[in-house]
Write a protein that binds this ligand. Sequence first.
Ligand SMILES: *Cc1c(COP(=O)(O)O)cnc(C)c1O
Length: 393
Amino acid sequence: MTKYTVNERGYYGNFGGAFIPEMLYPNVEELRQNYLSIMNDPGFQAEFRRLLKDYVGRPTPLFLAERLSEKYGTQVYLKREDLNHTGAHKVNNTLGQILLAGRLGKKKIVAETGAGQHGVATATMCALKGLECIVYMGEVDIERQAPNVARMKMLGAEVRAARSGSRTLKDATNEAMRHWINNPVDTHYIIGSVVGPHPYPDMVARFQSVISEEIRTQLKEQTGSETPDYVVACVGGGSNAAGVFYHFLDDEPVKIVAAEAAGLGVKSGKSAATTFLGKPGILHGSKSLLMQTDDGQVVEPHSVSAGLDYPGIGPLHAHLWETGRAKFMAITDEEAMQAGFELARLEGIIPAIESSHALAALAYLHADPSEKVVIGLSGRGDKDLATYMKWMG
Ligand SMILES: *Cc1c(COP(=O)(O)O)cnc(C)c1O
């Protein structure tokens, strides 16, 4: 255990814990008591590793982006999570949790999704393992993200509309939790990021930590040293960032940079930059930073990227922020979109708009030619083409 990992009570410093209704307690407790022993079981690890390799397509490449490096006067390496099956890092976690659900004897899966990426990754794994899959999605998001709704249906999942509140991600999460309360025995709830009650943030971070495990090996092969000078990733809930940072948390010389979505600007009233705008509070079962009014109402976030459009961050990241271990940057919609176009033209890679926020941070690092910067390219941009096109005008 280190300063930056969770303690026995599920806390990262002042953040974390499990703030759940009494009715949810048995489910969460069953998971808490079993997740580490299942994850550490050699048979579980063997199957997880085999499917990461043969089904997901890992290890993903670590690519020295030469033209981008030249432009920013430093050495830029891209960790290519966009090349995973289903097009993003989320599948690392959904695969892990599906296998874990199997060990717990669960036959059904429930999940929430915003843009649909986590829903698609979950539906994919349920198809692979022959499990029943129900995905809650805000009614507004169902309309905005029609292609992902079609994908989930084709994969055999049932998509249920969340019709309360703003009819977006946080409402879908509430509905999924309610569903789990009503179906505790046969159902596992797959949360898509390092959020939710303990043990979810720690469990998801561990599944995603394969990303930094690979980065260390690949850097060693390519440069002779396992550690870079910077690791950079975008933070919505924070799962890809947790994966990119995980095995560097205790290497204090490695600078950790988290890119949040500033939307139209931190002070515009249309933003999702949680560490700049949030205060400690409780959302979806854990204590963390969250955007809220003085009387505790959740403030609607805004970002051009659906995956970063969340009013909170996971408790690990709140702790990294509070301790100063990570530096947080707020990247506007415009900066992210331009970074996306730049990567397409300089390197022939079209990134997810979420990932473009991490790329935009490069301009603010002022790293030296001798320094190595690893950027988490969390996903591919196919899902975002319409938004990119609209931006070009
Ligand atoms: C969902 C998503 C994110 C944001 O989620 P995190 O949990 O913060 O990683 C980032 N990038 C892509 C491509 C996504 O699909």
